[in-house]
Design a protein around this ligand. Sequence first.
Ligand code: GLY
Length: 369
Amino acid sequence: MSQRLTINQNNKPIYDIVYEADFHNLSSELEKFEIANKKLCIITDSRVNLLYSEEVCKELKDKCKEVVVFSFPNGEQSKNLDTVKNIYEFLIQNKFERKDMLLALGGGVVGDITGFVAATYLRGIDFVQIPTTLLAQVDSSVGGKTGVDFDQYKNMVGAFYMPKLVYMNLSVLKSLDDRDYYSGMAEVMKYGLIKNASFYEWIIENMYEIHERDLDVLEDMVVKSCTYKKLVVEKDPTEKGERAILNFGHTIGHAIEKYMNFELSHGECVALGSVAAAYMSWKRELLSMEEYYEIRDMFVPFNLPISIENIDPEKILELTASDKKMEGNQIKFILLKKVGKAMIDNTVTKEEILAGINEIYFSEEDWDE
Ligand code: GLY
């Protein structure tokens, strides 16, 4: 273990991602930022707080001026400006200054909120990502996207703001419940689909070890995923172009997430959105029928859905239009040219999107057949 990746911009190192099997090296990693003179605020949620806050505090308390913890209720429903306000108040009460530091200990929601608070509190305070879910480790903790949901709009308010460090304790993946774990697998499979066909094959070949959560295979899988993300975000950190391919499966996925009031996990929705996008790619003759069905069916062994009941496809279509991946009146839609190669398309019509949604919609009529 103890691998390291560096994220660069304009050929300059911006931050490291370190891969460890526990939290023991966190304090030595943070000492590089002279934490002896800093107050640290661990921002976490109610679930992760119970699991890891004490352990992380113990690692840090003798190494810094003071360490405090702010915890908010677990779940996407907390990802809003009210939580941000509560954190600002907590930081003000605890007299946090610009030289101090925030630590995001948790999954994607914790990382996105903490990053946004860090970007805006006193016009910017340093923060470190300590992602504790597979989804956060392979995607949201890397690349500097921060923010919150606003009304019905997902991730509508935010900033690009880079962490000082991403510290991954891969052992925490072993304690994730199955649903959270496989939710992250949708993002892992995304990298294979959009960026590298051999990685996609590798995922399938290592299915057994992935189910078993073998630590060496997990390390390989997370490091490889972050390497693909690195390739994309280094070239296009603020999503002016190519970074949009990382949104494969997310346009329809986000709409389903919202429609279902977050009862389905992010990864489950991304899997559904990916099936719909792959179907649309087949219908445009970018993929063959065989490729489409292979892509669709490969989500099943990773406990991810490929169809959904009880939705109103027209409503989902409406919600895709409120997603922020819009350019003028056109949606920036991500299609697949083949396994391992994504493309950004601005010409996708509402009819094509609706056909994609209908493909994943399992209606009562399907039961009768
Ligand atoms: N999760 C998509 C991105 O970071 O761009």
